[in-house]
Structure formats: structure tokens, C-alpha cells
Design a protein around this ligand. Structure first.
Ligand SMILES: O=C(O)CCC(=O)C(=O)O
Length: 265
């Protein structure tokens, strides 16, 4: 799947692209079931809220076939190959649960400063793709973005260990206030299967979820192969050391796998 000239323009101008209905229902239902199975496991790659509810399942594409298929899905891989003009590798893969009632905040941050400081990523030639697994609503802790903030480059940030998130390099209130005064805040919402692609220097964060509605989102981080990390300090399951280019899988692969799994059930 290639991005249209209009989408490329929007990405340059705003720093993000939102594609509602990107994944079909059968694929989403499979991923929803697999997420439940993954979050029921107890392994070091699965981090929890203070309540014990799951927060993040890192690297589940390494042991779950449906997640592996998402990580190579052409709907996600080809637009990034197009944006970076080269092959891409998987820097990170995770499912953020943002559990009902107890899902905690993600502080305001940009992704690149953490990838640069903690993993030795040379440039902002990587980005996050969010795939909605639950309906993302204005009330259940949607991801909030400051449009055009990617144009500010990597901003000064501080290492923060204040939440159940993995430690992030976060932005101070003054910086966020100034950017928001200029550009506002958007929070793309929509049904499971929607996809949000955003620049590595996009300022973003999310509030806690005190509603009964969980807000699970898969995040696939793809980096240009020429931008491989050089001195990672985080575990392999957070910052991968495998720089082999992703071979993009056919758009039908996930649905075919879902049907095969349903036939076995
Ligand atoms: O899932 C969220 O609300 C935010 C996650 C995020 O920004 C991150 O993991 O870098």
C-alpha cells in the first residue's frame, strides 16, 4: 500500500496520518483474541500497572504468529519504505493495554529523544505506527498529538521514571504549553482497525483511563535500515538488535491466518 500525494503532504505538514478502517474486522478480531492470550502470560516482557493490570506487552511479535504478521503487514511496511526511501527493520513492537479503570498516563514526549539517548539511534528516520485494537474514544485515554510539533526537531527532555511506563525522555510543561498554544491538540479516535502513523519528533502523550472501556493499541516501530541503533542500553525486547529488512507480507496474510485458526477451533 502506497501513501497518496495528499497523505504525504499531510504527513509533512501535520506530522501524522490517520487511516480509519485500515484492517478488516476478521484481522482485528484475531488480534483482540491474541492480545488477551498474551496479556494472560507472565513473562518479563509484560509490564503491569500498580493494580496488576497489564500495561505493555513488549516484543510479542517474537512469540505470537498473529503479531508477527502485523509486524510485516504491507499496509504498514510499504508506507514507511516510501517515506524513508529505503528498507526498514523492526526497532520495537508492543501492545499498550491502557486497561479499564487503571490504565495510567503516558507523559508528554517525543519518541526520537528516547531512541537516541537510550538506544543510540542516529537520526529521526524511524516512526511509530499505532493499530487500534479497541475503539479509541475521547474518554478512554486516546493518544493526543500536537500537530506540526515534529517541525521543532528533537526538543530538550528529561529522563523520567515517574509512571509504570518504561522510562521515557519527557517534555516540561512550558515546552508543551508553547507548542499547544500554536498548534492545539488532536486525539484521533475511531473503531478497532484504525491506524495512526506519526513522526518520531511528534509531541504526544495520553491521559489515564478511568472508564470501563479498555483502549488496547498495538505499536509497531519501524526504522530505516541505514539508521540502525548503535549503543543500546535497554533490553533487547525493548530495543531490538536485529536489523534485517522486513519482507512485506501480503495484505491477505492476517485474514488467511485468522481463517485457518478459526477452522482449527
Ligand atoms: O499508548 C499510549 O497512549 C502512548 C504510548 C507511547 O507514546 C509510547 O509508548 O511511546
Amino acid at each position: 500500500m502506497k501513501l497518496s500525494p495528499r497523505q504525504l503532504h499531510d504527513f509533512d505538514e501535520l506530522g501524522y496520518i490517520f487511516l480509519p478502517d485500515c484492517f478488516p474486522q476478521e484481522a482485528v478480531e484475531l488480534l483482540q483474541r491474541e492480545a488477551v492470550t498474551i496479556f494472560n502470560e507472565h513473562r518479563e516482557e509484560i509490564w503491569r500497572e500498580k493494580s496488576g493490570a497489564p500495561r505493555t506487552a513488549f516484543a510479542c511479535h517474537t512469540y505470537n504468529e498473529a503479531c508477527a504478521l502485523v509486524a510485516s503487514d504491507s499496509r504498514l511496511v510499504e508506507p514507511l519504505q516510501q517515506l524513508f526511501g529505503e528498507q526498514v527493520y523492526i526497532h520495537q513492537f508492543k501492545i499498550n493495554a491502557k486497561a479499564a479503570f487503571t490504565g495510567d498516563v503516558w507523559q508528554w514526549h517525543q519518541d526520537f529523544p528516547t531512541w537516541h539517548a537510550d538506544d543510540g539511534m542516529p537520526e529521526a528516520r524511524a516512526m511509530n505506527i499505532a493499530i487500534f485494537l479497541d475503539e479509541v474514544m475521547p474518554i478512554n485515554g486516546p493518544l493526543m498529538l500536537v500537530p506540526r510539533s515534529h517541525k521543532s526537531g528533537a526538543l530538550k527532555s528529561d529522563h523520567d521514571k515517574g509512571t509504570t511506563s518504561y522510562p521515557l525522555w519527557t517534555l516540561d510543561n512550558e515546552t508543551v504549553t508553547k507548542l499547544v498554544e500554536e498548534n492545539g491538540i488532536v486525539a484521533p479516535t475511531g473503531k478497532p482497525g484504525g491506524v495512526l502513523m506519526f513522526h518520531a519528533n511528534m509531541v504526544h502523550g495520553s491521559a489515564g483511563n478511568i472508564t470501563p472501556y479498555p483502549r488496547k493499541i498495538v505499536y509497531l516501530t519501524l526504522s530505516a535500515v541505514s539508521n540502525a541503533i548503535q549503543n543500546p542500553t535497554r533490553p533487547n525486547f525493548i530495543a531490538h538488535r536485529e536489523f534485517t529488512p522486513v519482507v512485506s507480507a501480503n495484505v491477505d496474510a492476517l485474514v488467511d491466518y485468522a481463517r485457518a485458526q478459526n477452522a482449527l477451533a
